[in-house]
Design a protein around this ligand. Structure first.
Ligand code: NAD
Length: 502
């Protein structure tokens, strides 16, 4: 296995070209500067400059949207098998460059290599999965009546905008872009300003794999500049957005004048509920994994632990010992379990919840402090003795920060679990099957895992309820968003038509 020094040396090789040219936009197959000049992207590891990035503004979005519009008819009309072949070539190239993607992603975002090496391959899987579905994307239904044969068919909606956040940006970009391309849509991608590296690599890969010019366009920039312009552009028919709930709300307003179709994957304050009959050790492993992996900067993280009072002391003791043992370090060190948070503002936000939790009367049972004085490293943090109304039990912290609450009865657990604004995921640990069915049925969340951490099966629907999102991703759910459905009714015979004015 590679060590930190090897990873750093390889990363340096990959970054050299970006240091020379900057990270440019890709519009209509051409690498171009942004009309807003350049902005810097810095590593959360030590704040060193990674590269200058083209700053796209409304004019660049307009050029990209026009390119996507021009490329749309040919791409939409291309046989599904041909689109399938191109998407498989994209997957091949992602696999071939998986190490480069993982190294760049770690350096750009602070995520640990042990997770990012898998996330890069997951990006390839996303393309493969939707490549195979591409020839079936138009499939419809036949819905006959006595007088008519109704036939439904689907067609791609048109050029779409994809706006992604900085957490696991490569994986999330592929998760949106692959189904859009498989459906026959063309895309303008606006990645997060804090993690532009791998979006550029993805755009290059798509180009190299033979995706025609204009089918995928990349415009970097700020949310209020390029992002806003994309959501307002009349040629962009839909926006697939992953990010904060309040940004989703803004995008809905911005897109109102052009009647944008929106798909939102937003924030979460996801509960993991551990009943006293659960497999203690497996539940412990899953609780720790689901909040401290990926630096806790994970929409599906289980940031609220609800543990039954009969086992709470034992569970907390085991939890504290393990949390204090989690390895915080350089993200490119294969041994590292938690890397630095994405940037100073986010670090300040996450660590502010230490004071907030203490002021509200919770007990800081582990962590809560910065590690080192360079980069945005924070110790994995655990609050116990918290109550459900505290801010640390209600608000999305989006860091390695767990709030533990105790409950006595199943009914109380359900009330606490549901009493937040969000509803993305829920995790239930019990060996009582009837309770598992009952509890998961009543839990307000788009995705629930019983006796498991988050294990994603690509054909299943992904998305949240309440403030956690609108719409679902995955297989046909993705196509429902990226495509229009048409019904054509064929008369089967001489059915009676009302005669007016006869
Ligand atoms: P964010 O909302 O600040 O930014 C996301 C993207 O939106 C960025 O590209 C940003 O530039 C852009 N943006 C910002 N303002 C905009 C505007 N007015 N118009 C158009 N675009 C705009 O989110 P973030 O801080 O980058 O990401 C973290 C958030 O993402 C967390 O809340 C997390 O839960 C959420 N998230 C959700 C999922 C999910 O599947 N539900 C997955 C990953 C992340």
């Amino acid at each position: 296995m590679s060590d930190l020094a090897t990873h750093l040396a390889r990363l340096d090789g990959h970054l050299a070209r970006f240091r020379d040219t900057g990270i440019l936009n890709l519009i209509n197959g051409q690498s171009v500067a942004g009309s807003g000049g350049m902005f810097e992207t810095r590593s959360p590891v030590d704040e060193s400059l990674i590269a200058q990035v083209a700053r796209g503004e409304a004019a660049d979005i307009d050029a990209a949207a026009k390119a996507a519009k021009a490329a749309f008819p040919a791409w939409a009309a291309m046989e599904g098998d041909k689109r399938k072949a191109i998407l498989h070539r994209i997957a091949d190239l992602i696999e071939a460059r998986a190490e480069e993607i993982a190294l760049c992603e770690c350096w750009d975002t602070g995520q640990a290599y042990r997770f990012m090496s898998k996330a890069a391959l997951r990006g390839a899987e996303n393309f493969r999965y939707f490549a195979d579905l591409a020839p079936l994307a138009r499939d419809g239904q036949s819905l006959p009546t006595a007088t008519h044969l109704n036939v439904t068919s689907r067609s791609p909606i048109g050029p779409v905008g994809v706006i992604t956040p900085w957490n696991t940006p490569f994986m999330l970009s592929t998760w949106k872009i692959a189904p859009a391309l498989a459906a026959g849509c063309t895309v303008v991608h606006k990645p997060a300003e804090f993690s532009p590296l791998t979006a550029r690599i993805l755009a290059e890969i798509c180009h190299e794999a033979g995706l025609p010019a204009g089918v995928l366009n990349l415009v970097n920039g700020m949310g209020e500049g390029a992002g806003k312009a994309l959501t307002e552009h009349p040629d962009i028919k839909a926006i697939a957005f992953v990010g904060e709930s309040k940004t989703g709300s803004m995008i809905m307003k911005q897109g109102a004048d052009t009647l944008k179709r929106v798909h939102f994957e937003l924030g979460g304050k996801n509960p993991v509920v551990v009943f006293d009959d659960a497999d203690f050790e497996r539940a412990l492993d899953a609780v720790i994994f689901m909040i401290y992996s990926l630096n806790g900067e994970r929409c599906t993280s289980s940031s609220r632990l609800l543990v039954q009072d009969t086992i709470a002391d034992r569970f907390h003791a085991a939890l504290i010992a393990r949390v204090n043992n989690i390895k915080v370090g350089h993200p490119l060190d294969p041994a590292t379990e938690i890397g630095p948070l994405i940037h100073k503002t986010h670090f300040d936000k996450v660590t502010s919840y230490v004071e907030i939790g203490l002021a509200d009367g919770a007990t800081l049972a582990a962590g809560g402090t910065r590690v080192g004085d360079a980069g945005w490293f924070v110790r994995p943090t655990l609050f116990t003795q918290a109550s459900p109304q505290m801010r640390i039990a209600q608000e999305e912290v989006f860091g390695p920060f767990l709030t533990s609450l105790t409950f006595t009865s199943e009914a109380q657990a359900l009330e606490i679990a549901n009493n937040v604004a969000y509803g993305l995921t829920g995790y239930v640990w019990t060996n009582d099957l009837t309770r598992a069915l009952r509890f998961s049925g009543a839990l307000e969340a788009g995705m629930i895992w019983v006796n498991s951490e988050n294990v994603r099966h690509l054909p299943t629907p992904f998305g949240g309820v309440k403030a956690s999102g609108i719409g679902r991703d995955g297989a046909q759910w993705s196509f429902e968003f990226y495509m229009e459905t048409k019904n054509t009714a064929f008369a089967l015979g001489q059915h009676k038509i009302q005669r007016l004015g006869a």
